[in-house]
Design a protein around this ligand. Structure first.
Ligand code: MG
Length: 383
């Protein structure tokens, strides 16, 4: 399918922070995607928690498999809307690179530690990872991605932070929208986590068909339809069939609603997308309401489940202890990290020291953080 007039393309690409010759054998955004896959932060996603920690079982999503599911959903949607598939994929693959170990619990703990020093936000950290922290090229820091991929990674940020980020921060100060590919990634992320957390919640025994049919009208509709089509299916296959239909219904709704909004707004170019008053990629009101209901249910039954909360509480302790120990005594750090901490401290004082320690802790995988904690404080028993 040819690219639509409102897609991001090489000829309307705003370029890279550090000028480079154009890629010869691939597009600008294909080059971005390839660089992301080869970076260290991407590989570490394999050992970072999505919702369930690794030791709960081998079948649960990790931050890496979540990322791959987002990329798959986003690519399909991009293709069907005539958007730039490589850009959609690049943003998806990079969207969680800045996540701390232990999922949102780790991020909240690190943010609390960093409150006196400028705060910590995983979304901003994802951008920082590709702009600064990955060191792979002799000529520049980071992996020097295009403007479009970088603005897509920066899903939201405060005005204070936006003011320090230059061109990618401008839309948070002056209004304006990012590319449709970026807007798509946000909602592909939501489709992925809602559906895979249902799947993982069922697998973990925190959810059941009975409970879901009682608490979610849309789940009950899909459940009834599967029963009508197949009679009684074995639990696991039935579960996959229902979740497949949930994903399909969300994708179809998002594609149909977004195509209608683009047509109604008369959007004919990337410039029209950028100057629109709000996002053009959206769910219908009915699907938005279903999703919000599902999200509330997952929060109640899965994210607040005592087994998840035990992990959360332990994560908070591990992250807080590590941050405090390294901030108070940087000599506990390995030499290359110590060097970075000292450099940052020389430039920005205690704030710089804290930021470099936060970069180190945020980059850890779950198991690396646990091993560091055990080395410094003695082991923390499993919950
Ligand atoms: Mg995500």
């Amino acid at each position: 399918m040819p690219l639509a007039a409102y897609a991001a393309r090489d000829d309307n690409c705003r370029g890279r922070r550090h000028p480079e010759p154009p890629p010869g054998d691939r597009t600008q955004h294909q080059r971005d995607r390839d660089r992301i896959i080869h970076c260290g932060a991407f590989r570490r996603l394999e050992y970072k928690t999505q919702v369930f920690v690794n030791h709960e079982g081998d079948m649960f999503r990790t931050r890496l498999t979540h990322t791959l599911e987002v990329a798959q959903i986003c690519r399909s949607l991009a293709r069907s809307l005539g958007l730039n598939e490589a850009l959609a994929e690049a943003i998806s693959l990079a969207h969680d690179l800045g996540h701390t170990p232990f999922g949102h619990a780790g991020q909240d703990a690190l943010n609390a530690c960093m409150t006196p020093h400028g705060g910590f936000e995983h979304n901003v950290q994802s951008l920082r990872t590709v702009d600064v922290l990955e060191q792979r090229y002799p000529g520049f820091p980071g992996i020097n991605l295009t403007f479009e991929t970088r603005e897509g990674i920066l899903k939201h940020c405060t005005r204070d932070i936006a003011a320090k980020l230059g061109d990618v921060g401008e839309r948070f100060l002056n209004g304006g929208q990012p590319t449709l590919e970026a807007q798509l990634t946000n909602l592909a992320d939501e489709i992925a986590y809602n559906s895979h957390d249902l799947d993982d919640g069922l697998r973990a025994g925190m959810l059941s068909f009975e409970l879901l049919c009682e608490e979610s009208a849309s789940f009950r509709d899909h459940y009834d339809a599967v029963r009508r089509d197949f009679g009684s299916l074995p639990g696991r296959v039935g579960q996959h069939e229902i979740i497949r239909r949930i994903i399909k219904a969300q994708i179809a709704d998002l594609r149909g609603t977004s195509a209608a909004r683009l047509a109604a707004a008369g959007v004919g170019s990337l410039q029209d997308v950028r100057s629109a008053t709000g996002p053009l990629i959206a769910f219908s009101d009915a699907m938005r309401a279903d999703n919000d209901q599902l999200k509330a249910l997952l929060n109640r039954r899965v994210y607040q489940h005592y087994r998840v909360r035990r992990m959360t509480s332990r994560a908070r302790r591990v992250v807080t202890d590590l941050f405090g120990a390294f901030l108070n005594d940087p000599l506990l750090l390995p030499p290359d990290t110590l060097e970075r901490v000292e450099q940052r401290e020389a430039q920005r004082g205690l704030r710089g020291r804290a930021r470099a320690v936060a970069d180190y802790v945020a980059g850890m995988t779950d198991r690396y953080a646990l091993a560091q904690h055990a080395a410094l404080f003695g082991s923390v028993p499993n919950p």
